[in-house]
Each structure stands twice: as C-alpha cells, then as structure tokens.
Design a protein around this ligand. Structure first.
Ligand code: G4P
Length: 195
C-alpha cells in the first residue's frame, strides 16, 4: 500500500535493526485519514471471505480494526491485556508471549461476543513474531469460530511471524512488508518498492 509506505518512509524512525517507531501515525498519535484507507484496503483484500467479526488486541490494533470493521459492516472486538473490572466470567483467555518486551500477557475476550458460526478477520498493527496474531486465532478457535484471515498493517518480514502464521495454515495479508531495518534505513520487500 503506497500511501502507507510513504508514511513509513517519511515519518518512521528506525530505533534499531529490530524496531521501527511509528508513533506519529499508528502507535500514539493516529492518522484517521490513513486509518480509513487502511480499513478500505483490508476490506478489499478480504472481500470474498464473508467476515462476520473483526478481532484485534488493544491498544494500537483498535484503529485499523475499527476502520476495517466499518468498511465490512461488522462488529469489532478487541482483546484486553489488562484484567477488566467488569469482565470476570465467561471469558476466553490465552497466554501471549512478547519477544519484544520479554513478558507474557494473558489476553481476554468475553465469550458472548464470539460465536461458533463467526468468520473472524484478525487485524493487528505490527507483525513481529506472530505471538499476538496466533493468540487471537486461538481465542477465536476456542469457541469454534473460523479464522478467515489475518490482516497486518506493518509486517517485519525479517522476523518469524509471517512464516509461522502461514505454516499454521492462515491467510496473512500485510499492507507493507519491511524486509530490513539495517543501517538505520527502512527497506521494503522487493515486490513493493516505492517508485
Ligand atoms: P508479536 O505479537 O508479533 O510476536 O510481536 P511482539 O510480541 O514482538 O510485540 C510486542 C509489542 O510490540 C506489540 O505491541 C507489537 O505491536 C509491538 N511491536 C513489535 N515490533 C515493533 C516495532 O518494530 N515497532 C513498533 N512500534 N512496535 C512493535 P503492544 O505492546 O501490544 O503495544 P500496543 O498495541 O499497546 O501499542
């Protein structure tokens, strides 16, 4: 997605060979115009999949997920990382390990929002090692729902996530794929270089 690549090139800050900072449009300040286009693109990519719910994880997944859900005209659910005061019973729980932060989180979703007949589109802002996306897939599958696909805003293709997700049998669509952050520079996967 060209608009997103340009945003990454213009505003992304390479913090290390592993980490790209995009807090001016995705992770802290959010760009609603860009998010609207992101939502449209996910809706286009998964058009034929008969999606009934969009599932993401707080907090940065929420903006792209709600925009995709708006375009697909379905509800959006976000998994919580913190224990909710009101969400105590009938919850789906999965453990998700963050390689970046080296800590485990229990993510939770209320059972009442996911049904066995649902076809779920999982959306997340970043794909690193795939732990969050795979945890969300396990949540959906706990109730017998079908994971129709996984949509990612920024994939770091040099980390293991995309491979793990594909190996697990899921369709993954990433709007931009970063091949490398070496030398303080963002390099996109060859087939999507900006011209
Ligand atoms: P994984 O789910 O793909 O295995 O990723 P990982 O555990 O490594 O990532 C943990 C957190 O760090 C996630 O956000 C993820 O989006 C974010 N992250 C991973 N790599 C990058 C990166 O290169 N740049 C940025 N900006 N973020 C990255 P989170 O902790 O859930 O944060 P938030 O959604 O609450 O903002």
């Amino acid at each position: 997605m060209k608009l997103l690549q340009e945003k990454v090139l213009n505003e992304g800050i390479v913090l290390s060979d592993q980490v790209l900072k995009v807090d001016s449009f995705l992770n802290h300040q959010m760009d609603p115009v860009l998010m609207k286009e992101v939502g449209k693109e996910f809706a286009r990519l998964f058009e034929g999949e008969k999606i009934t719910k969009v599932l993401t994880i707080e907090s940065s997944g929420i903006a792209p997920a709600i925009m995709a859900a708006l375009e697909l005209n379905v509800p959006m659910i976000f998994a919580r990382k913190q224990k909710s005061l009101t969400l105590r019973e009938n919850i789906l729980v999965e453990k998700v390990y963050s390689f970046t932060k080296q800590e485990s989180n229990e993510i939770t979703v209320s059972k009442k929002f996911l049904l066995p007949e649902d076809r779920v589109l999982i959306i997340d802002d970043f794909l690193a090692h795939g732990e969050a996306a795979l945890g969300l897939a396990r949540i959906a599958e706990q109730v017998g729902a079908q994971v129709a696909g996984i949509g990612i805003v920024i994939e770091k293709s040099f980390q293991s996530g995309a491979e793990r997700i594909k190996k697990a049998g899921y369709r993954v669509e990433s709007l931009v794929r970063v091949a490398s952050l070496e030398g303080g520079k963002v390099t996109f996967a060859a087939e999507e270089a900006v011209h």
